[in-house]
Structure formats: structure tokens, C-alpha cells
Design a protein around this ligand. Structure first.
Ligand SMILES: NC(=O)c1ccc[n+]([C@@H]2O[C@H](COP(=O)([O-])OP(=O)(O)OC[C@H]3O[C@@H](n4cnc5c(N)ncnc54)[C@H](O)[C@@H]3O)[C@@H](O)[C@H]2O)c1
Length: 447
């Protein structure tokens, strides 16, 4: 802590542009000193020079690459041991491989992709701020899974420029898989600024650091099917318009796509956006319907199923996590190098956008029936008209572009995927198992 204090004081050393006023300032302070403390020893020019020299020496010592732990955005990082962990986690184990910075690594998709990359020999470093949007113990449990696979998750915010720069100083990342975001549609009504903080400001901050890095990494990032907003033309294709978002979440993801275009155009960053369609599976997100329905069904609590006007069903193109992982890895593998270096563009760079869906929308009421079957518990259903809270009625992906260019081919249907989810859920929450009629061995749910 004392070191941290020293740094913050040393950080306030006047810059060279202020140096002209230094003698005046110093004589003012020595004068004040003398008048308040008549017995104070007079400070000679020589001792002043010594103090200044020592201060500068300390300043540059702490600024050196192997700096001691630092505090920014309220999180400690830095120091030789920390740097060793960062380097080791990001080291490629089998060639040819990528060295990937995964933001949002303690999140649902982040954990799965990080583990898959690490297992095939890529270097992976995680970054996550472990925010409290949903159960933080679940994020910590995912972190535990990552650590057991050899992935170090740095605790920090993508808005922390100093931290990001430090990570790029320590590792020459070939790729960034950017998944950190404020997810969820309905939460925007409660906390709109969290979407601006993570999905816009944080993304710009990350791109700023990436564009200045040398070499610049290729970036793959998560957009969302929600950018299709109120579109009624189905299935959703990448060629369709995306200028009528139905939620703030969707608007920030759409803004992200435009921001990506700008950084690609000006700085030559290679950027691939992936529009995920309702991803589900083991280690999923507790704010998503399939997850909290499971909890409520097991607790014999009523679940609310929304219906569209005229008793129309609400349906989603549910996509199993393993399929999305394959899509992310294919996007990383096919990403071309960025063309700029140190903030200067040297030529046109790759800019791509793909739908990663399942191509077969399922009504939410059918999802509940599948859960009932796997949990062996009857749900108490409450059907209500859909409120205007940002949710859309229908999502359906056209995945022909991802199929053609990434070799993306989803293989898990909702029945099989939910079976895997339920198995994981009952093993992760031991109390839940007692409430269902299931009886099976606890399995490793990362397939
Ligand atoms: N899961 C889906 O169905 C789905 C659908 C469409 C798009 N997406 C997008 O995919 C990505 C991953 O989604 P997920 O389901 O894994 O969500 P998640 O919430 O589980 O993961 C996001 C992670 O990012 C972290 N994070 C958030 N803001 C951060 C910040 N400012 N700095 C550092 N870390 C931060 C969170 O702590 C969290 O662990 C997100 O960008 C999301 O918007 C997900």
C-alpha cells in the first residue's frame, strides 16, 4: 500500500511544461516553511537538487516495465509475479497458434471459448471486471474452471486504458476476442448507463489501445441478433437493415458495429463482428429465460410466458454454446492480420459481420415443455401479453454466409442442448437435484 501511495504522489511530479515555474514555487514553499517554523534548517540549492534527483530516480524506477502492483479503477495489478502469470497464460503452446486476449472471459461465452482455445494450444489471457449484473459466485466458479485449464483472468475493466496498455506491453497479442459487455435487454430500463459504459465507451477504449499496439491484433467481437430489432423480413440476413433497434442494448451493439467500421477504415484494424442468437447451455447466464425458468419450475413457482398480439407465439433461434464456440474459433482462425501499426493504417483491412444462429426458431412455450421433460417436473405457466421492454417477438438466423466463409454448421438442437444444460444445472446446484426426479452421475459439462 505504501508503494501505491508513493506512486500516486510521484505521478504528480510537474511535467516539463510546468518546469519554468518551479524555482518560484519552491522559494514560496521554503519561505512559508521558514515563517511557520522559525527553527527550520534552511534548505540549500544542493539539497533541493538532491531531493529532485531522488524523486526522479524513484519515479522512473516505479515506471519501469516490471512495476510493482498498481491501482487503477480500484483493481490491483502489476508486479513481476503478475507479469509472469500474464505471459505464461498468453503463451502459445502448440504452433501455429494464436495469442488471444479474451475480454469478458469470466462470462458465459467467454469461459467456454477460452477453455476451447487453451485446450488446442493457443495462448489465452482473460480480462473481466466481475461486475454484479448477475450472481458473481457463478463468475468466480467459471474463473476457477479457467484457472484449472491454465487461463489467468486479469480482474479489470475494459475502460482502464493503463491496464490495457500494460497487457499489450507484456504480450504481443495476435488476436482479441472481445466479449465483455453489458448483456441483457430488460436491465437497460433499470441501468441504462451500464450499457454505454461497457458497450460503447469500453469498446472504444479497447479499440484505441488495439490501434496503437505494435503489432495490431485482429479483433473478433460479439455483436447481437438484437440489431435486427423490429425487422419483419425472415430469416435475418447480414444484408438486412439494422436501423430500427427495439432496445438500448440493441442500439449499443449497433453503435459498436459502426464504431468497428470507423476503426477499420481509419486505422487498418481487422475486425469481425459476430451476431449471436440467444446462446444457451451449461454455465449459462442466470438472467436468461431458460435458466430462470429452470429455477422456478424446480421451486414450483409460476413462470410467465409472453405471447405476441393475437395469441401469437414468441420464438427464439436458440443456439447451443458449443456451436457458438466453434463459430468464434473459426472467426479467429480466418481473421486476416490488421494492416496498421502504431496507430497508422498501411492499407485496407478485413471487416466482416456474421450471424451465428441455429436456423430453427422454437416457441418459448416449447422450450418450457422440453425443460419439463428433462426436469421431470410440471411447470406452472402464466401466459401474459408481451410488454414493451425491448424484447422482440421472433428471431431467426440466416447463416449461409457463416457457413460459406467460416465453415459454421450448428449441430445441436434445443432438445439435446437443454438436456446438457439441465444436467449441468442439477450438478452445479446440489439442492436443485433433490427437487427434480433426475438421478444421474455428475458429469463434466464442458463437452
Ligand atoms: N448469450 C447470448 O445469448 C448473447 C446473445 C447475443 C450477444 N451476446 C453477446 O456476447 C457476449 C458474451 O455474452 P455472455 O452471454 O457471455 O454474457 P456475460 O454477461 O456472461 O459475459 C460478459 C462478461 O463481461 C464482463 N464485463 C462486462 N462489462 C465489462 C467491462 N466494462 N470490463 C470488463 N469486463 C466486463 C462481465 O463481468 C461478464 O463476465 C456479450 O458481448 C453479449 O452482449 C450474447
Amino acid at each position: 500500500m505504501s508503494q501505491l501511495k508513493t506512486i500516486s504522489i510521484l505521478d504528480n511530479i510537474p511535467s516539463s511544461t510546468q518546469s519554468k515555474s518551479k524555482p518560484e514555487k519552491l522559494s514560496y514553499y521554503t519561505h512559508r516553511c521558514r515563517s511557520n517554523f522559525p527553527f527550520a534548517i534552511p534548505i540549500s540549492k544542493f539539497s533541493l537538487s538532491c531531493i529532485l534527483f531522488l524523486s526522479l530516480l524513484l519515479f522512473y524506477t516505479f515506471k519501469s516495465p516490471s512495476s510493482p502492483p498498481r491501482r487503477s479503477l480500484a483493481v490491483d495489478w502489476g508486479g513481476a509475479a503478475w507479469e509472469r502469470r500474464v505471459r505464461s497464460s498468453a503463451r502459445v503452446r502448440s504452433r501455429p497458434g494464436h495469442s488471444v486476449l479474451v475480454t469478458g472471459a469470466a462470462g458465459f461465452v467467454g469461459m467456454h471459448v477460452s477453455i476451447a482455445l487453451k485446450r488446442r494450444g493457443d495462448g489465452v489471457l482473460g480480462l473481466d471486471n466481475f461486475n454484479g449484473y448477475y450472481d458473481q459466485t457463478l463468475k468466480r466458479a467459471r474463473q476457477g474452471m479457467l484457472e484449472r485449464t491454465g487461463v489467468f483472468v486479469v480482474e479489470g475493466d475494459i475502460n482502464d486504458k493503463e491496464l490495457l496498455k500494460k497487457l499489450f506491453d507484456v504480450v504481443s497479442f495476435t488476436h482479441v476476442l472481445h466479449l465483455a459487455a453489458q448483456a441483457g435487454v430488460r436491465y437497460a430500463i433499470q441501468n441504462p448507463s451500464s450499457y454505454v459504459h461497457s458497450n460503447i465507451a469500453g469498446f472504444v477504449n479497447l479499440l484505441e489501445v488495439c490501434k496503437s499496439a505494435n503489432p495490431q491484433p485482429a479483433i473478433v467481437w460479439a455483436s447481437s441478433s438484437s440489431v435486427y430489432g423490429l425487422n419483419s423480413k425472415l430469416p435475418f440476413s447480414e444484408k438486412d437493415r439494422t436501423d430500427n433497434p427495439a432496445s438500448l442494448y440493441a442500439a449499443t451493439k449497433k453503435a459498436g458495429e459502426e464504431i468497428a467500421h470507423t476503426y477499420n477504415h481509419i486505422y487498418g484494424l481487422s475486425i469481425t463482428g459476430l451476431r449471436f442468437f440467444t446462446v444457451y447451455g451449461p454455465w449459462g447466464r442466470p438472467d436468461m429465460a431458460y435458466y430462470f425458468f429452470t429455477k422456478d419450475i424446480l421451486n414450483r413457482r409460476p413462470i410467465t410466458i409472453f405471447e405476441a398480439p393475437g395469441h401469437g407465439s414468441v420464438a427464439r433461434d436458440f443456439t447451443f454454446i458449443d456451436d457458438v464456440v466453434k463459430g468464434c474459433i473459426a472467426a479467429l482462425d480466418t481473421a486476416k492480420k490488421s494492416t496498421g501499426s502504431g496507430g497508422k493504417k498501411k492499407g485496407p483491412a478485413q471487416l466482416r459481420i456474421y450471424n451465428l444462429g441455429n436456423t430453427s426458431p422454437v416457441p418459448v412455450s416449447d422450450l418450457v415443455s422440453i425443460l419439463e421433460k428433462h426436469l421431470k417436473v410440471k411447470a406452472i405457466r402464466k401466459v401474459q401479453p408481451m410488454p414493451r421492454n425491448g424484447d422482440v417477438r421472433f428471431t431467426h438466423a440466416n447463416i449461409s454466409l457463416a457457413q460459406k466463409e467460416l465453415g459454421y454448421k450448428p449441430t445441436t438442437d434445443l432438445e439435446a442442448g437443454l438436456k446438457k444444460f439441465v444436467r449441468w444445472y442439477l450438478s452445479y446446484y446440489p439442492d436443485a437435484k433433490k427437487k427434480s426426479a433426475w438421478d444421474f452421475e455428475v458429469l463434466d459439462c464442458i463437452s
